[in-house]
Design a protein around this ligand. Structure first.
Ligand SMILES: Cc1ncc(COP(=O)(O)O)c(C=O)c1O
Length: 410
């Protein structure tokens, strides 16, 4: 990467600074948080750029504000988005007194839908993926005269997202690496445009979800922006099937490396951020940390590595599932099948045995009909919270000692 990258005029540092300055007051300057326990575990200094604490819950507000300022007066704006762009555009449009319509996928997160409506925008729920929503929004712009606002393939939007990079450069005296999630590439292009112009030696790494990673293919040599089949991923914010025409060459030129992360690493990263850093971060936002956890990106022991936590808009139900999964992985939640005689007091005796181990009962399910059961016995599936794998084993042993067989169940 050249020290003085050739960038479009709209991405000169002075332009990025102007967009950043003009959004101050509406967009928050988000904190850079030192992640102490995570740093020692991964052998370097990890710094979290907490855009999940941004107003509207993601960095997308920066791009939306920059675009609204660039278009000046407009009868209205229209966009297609999985949620965060919609939410941010709705917020920015309301602040500017402009009407806003958005097209969102049928399975968009409930919390994101509610927020967009709460900011006063009209929501049309159509299509399976963001790309389809973008096409619908474009058609609506033509027929209505509203200004179409692309979620990433737009120089004004990219210049707005660069605010994340400007704040990293201004607030952190030294760092060697920045890891940023890549969906359509607007955030990565903006952050990299800012950082390349001030810290040309920093390494910039982009992260895509393995299940939807068109940039990797594109940068491997295909000339046109290819489209991949979208598969469901918990990183819904970065499940974009095709790179942008503006963002593809910028990401290719400005980033040093592009990596992919699997679903399980993303879930681990979300759980770790919740547990250790007390931060609610959505899948897309946790993808950069997932790359560190999976060992895909190694930390530089001598300098700081910044991970951009790009957003925190996640349904509370998914957060609960992820927390329960982490407890199960750590052996702090166990689930097994056992059998009791089908007569009064049979279940009570089993539960009394569990109670003596001081494991906490989460659920008890009675299984009455199963080919594996004798006619005069009842299956019981127990889900228990334990203090860890040793305690879980103590519970099983106590049950065996009392005459109960246990077997694992999904
Ligand atoms: C939380 C979050 N992170 C990352 C991204 C990816 O941004 P971009 O499409 O600009 O690459 C998005 C996009 O919506 C997002 O919502």
């Amino acid at each position: 990467v050249s020290a003085e990258p050739q960038l479009p005029a709209g991405l000169a540092y002075a332009e990025l600074e102007r967009a950043h300055r003009e959004s101050a007051g509406t967009a928050t300057r988000t904190p850079l948080l030192s992640a102490g326990s995570l740093s020692s575990r991964y052998g370097g200094r990890l710094v979290l750029k907490a855009e999940n604490l941004q107003r509207t819950g993601s960095f997308k507000l920066r791009g939306a504000l920059a675009k609204l300022r660039a278009v000046g007066s407009a009868p209205g704006v229209v966009a297609g988005s999985a949620g965060n762009h919609a939410q941010s555009l709705a917020y920015a449009a309301r602040a500017a007194g402009v009407r806003c319509e958005v097209f969102m996928p049928l399975d968009a997160a409930v919390g994101k839908l509610a927020a967009v409506r709460a900011f006063g925008a009209t929501v049309h729920q159509r299509g399976e993926a963001v790309d389809e929503c973008v096409a619908l929004a474009r058609a609506r712009a033509e027929e209505s005269g509203f200004v179409f606002v692309h979620p990433y393939d737009d120089l004004d939007v990219i210049a707005g997202q660069a605010g994340v990079g400007i704040e990293i450069v201004e607030d952190l005296p030294a760092f060697s690496t920045v890891i940023v999630p890549v969906g359509g590439g607007g955030l990565a292009a903006g952050v990299a445009a800012a950082i390349r112009q001030r810290r040309p030696d920093a390494r910039i790494v982009g992260v895509q979800a393995e299940r939807c990673a068109p940039f990797a293919r594109a940068l491997a040599g295909e000339t046109a922006a290819p489209s991949v089949a979208a598969a469901a991923t918990i990183a819904d914010g970065i499940a974009v099937k095709s790179p942008g025409e503006i963002t593809l060459p910028l990401v290719g030129r400005l980033l040093d490396q592009l990596v992919v992360v699997d679903e399980s690493s993303i879930a681990d990263a979300m759980a770790l951020l919740l547990e250790r850093s007390k931060l609610v971060v959505e899948g897309a936002g946790a993808a950069p940390l997932a790359a560190v956890l999976a060992g895909t990106v190694e930390l530089d022991p001598g300098s700081a590595t910044v991970v951009v936590l790009s957003g925190g808009n996640v349904d509370i139900g998914l957060t609960a599932t992820i927390a329960a999964r982490r407890e199960a992985l750590q052996g702090r939640r166990v689930r097994f099948l056992t059998r009791v005689p089908d007569r009064p007091g049979g279940l009570a005796r089993l539960l009394a045995t569990v109670a003596r181990t001081r494991a906490n009962l989460i659920t008890v399910e009675h299984v009455r009909e199963s080919a594996q059961l004798d006619v005069l016995e009842t299956g019981v599936v127990l889900t228990l919270a334990t203090r860890g794998p040793d305690h879980a084993e103590e519970v099983r042993q106590a049950l065996r000692d009392a005459g109960y067989e246990t077997s694992d169940t999904a």
